[in-house]
Ligand binder design. Structure first.
Ligand SMILES: *Cc1c(COP(=O)(O)O)cnc(C)c1O
Length: 377
């Protein structure tokens, strides 16, 4: 099987994990957690980083420390992985799903701007939804497939309506917008180290921020909110969302190879683009000139999506559809979905992701390309 997005374990992973086992520092205290946090904060040029047990838990905590409360609204794109929306629901807050752009498949910011203009009012410098007077507390920008939203436009909207940006940068570690790393535009950003991401710790996530208060509180509530170093005095309802030392050890070793992985993925991306350009009705995700893209997962649009999915998987080339749009899931169908033409569904109907692992071999790439092209002869 040629895997879609497989881990690439080729650096110091064994050595660092062995060190954990040899020293018996296998739990949540240990130097690798700190070192992993430091490597991610250095890489992204954020002041602080807080390791978590998953990207999902990192999102959950980010929303809590950003002050999202029961009944608040959080804006989120209609095409994303479920964890973005779920993290909002964990707080009994509600998502407002915004349809996406035809070209880059990210949140349609003109649509967002238009929605806010017509449907909100300001009071005490906060934006409220006219229909029920609930506050719109945050915009969760999700940089899907490693691409980055138009952050200039989004920052403008965010300051105009005083709605803070929280970035779900789970897929965009190593992606930059005008030279600035994804996840560092708003007050807080989140990365995931799930097995399919550009680097992995087996499972894990990271919160980055330049705000000391937010990072301290995030660390505090991911570790049971224990407020006394001896007595079991907990000053709020915390979580056990820590990352354990052996997983941080894997993550640190992976960080050492991140730049190498990005280069390989960018090369795979350019080979795919060059060879599939003008084949049938194939269309690629548009990457803006401002974006330096980590090329995490190669995905394209075609009317032949279903046929290709069947064909490629039968040839043991692991291929996947894009996520079902949030508004189409029964758990979210009653939530607000802002759209004009339901572009989300058109994109979902046509998108297919193909193997993009950093350990993909040249002959595998050629086999994948040949198998795709065969369907357009
Ligand atoms: C992977 C991913 C997450 C969640 O990460 P986990 O580490 O699997 O919990 C959240 N959002 C997006 C967009 C993702 O791709």
């Amino acid at each position: 099987m040629i895997l879609l997005s497989a881990p690439n374990i080729s650096g110091n992973e064994w050595k660092y994990v062995k060190e954990c086992l040899d020293t018996e520092w296998v739990s949540s205290v240990g130097s690798f957690v700190n070192d992993f946090e430091k490597s991610v904060s250095d890489f992204t040029k954020s002041k602080y980083a807080v390791a978590c047990s998953s990207g999902t838990s990192a999102l959950h905590i980010s929303l809590i420390v950003s002050g999202i409360k029961k009944g608040d609204y959080v804006i989120v794109p209609n095409i994303t992985f479920i964890a973005s929306a779920n993290s909002i629901k964990y707080l009994n807050a509600n998502p407002i799903f915004i349809d996406v752009n035809q070209d880059d498949w990210q949140m349609d910011l003109d649509l967002l701007s238009d929605f806010l203009e017509k449907n909100t009012y300001k009071k005490n410098n906060l934006s409220y939804y006219k229909k029920n007077h609930k506050v719109i507390r945050a915009i969760m920008a999700v940089h899907i497939l490693g691409n980055i939203c138009d952050m200039d436009k989004l920052s403008y909207i965010s300051s105009k309506y005083n709605i803070k940006i929280i970035e779900d940068a789970s897929e965009s570690l190593g992606s930059y917008y005008n030279g600035k790393h994804s996840g560092t535009f708003g007050e807080i950003g989140v990365f995931s180290f799930n097995g399919n991401k550009i680097i992995t710790s087996g499972g894990g996530g990271m919160i980055v921020t330049n705000n000391l208060k937010l990072s301290s509180r995030a660390k505090h509530i991911t570790t049971q909110a224990k407020a006394h170093n001896f007595e079991y005095f907990h000053d709020e309802v915390g979580f056990n969302y820590r990352l354990v030392n052996p997983l941080a050890a894997i993550g640190l070793a992976q960080m050492e190879n991140l730049n190498k992985f990005i280069k390989i993925k960018q090369k795979i991306d350019s080979i795919y683009r060059k060879n599939l350009n003008k084949i049938g009705d194939i269309k690629f995700q548009k990457i803006s000139k401002n974006v330096n893209h980590n090329s995490w997962l190669f995905t394209f649009m075609t009317k032949k999506k279903d046929l290709l999915l069947k064909k490629l998987n039968s040839l043991k080339i692991q291929s996947r559809p894009l996520w079902i749009p949030m508004n189409r899931l029964p758990i979210y169908e009653k939530d607000l979905y802002v759209n004009n033409n339901d572009i989300s569904n058109k994109i979902y109907q046509k998108c297919i992701s193909i193997p993009s692992s950093s350990n993909l071999k040249d002959d595998q790439i050629q086999f994948i390309l040949k198998s795709i092209k065969n369907e357009y002869l």
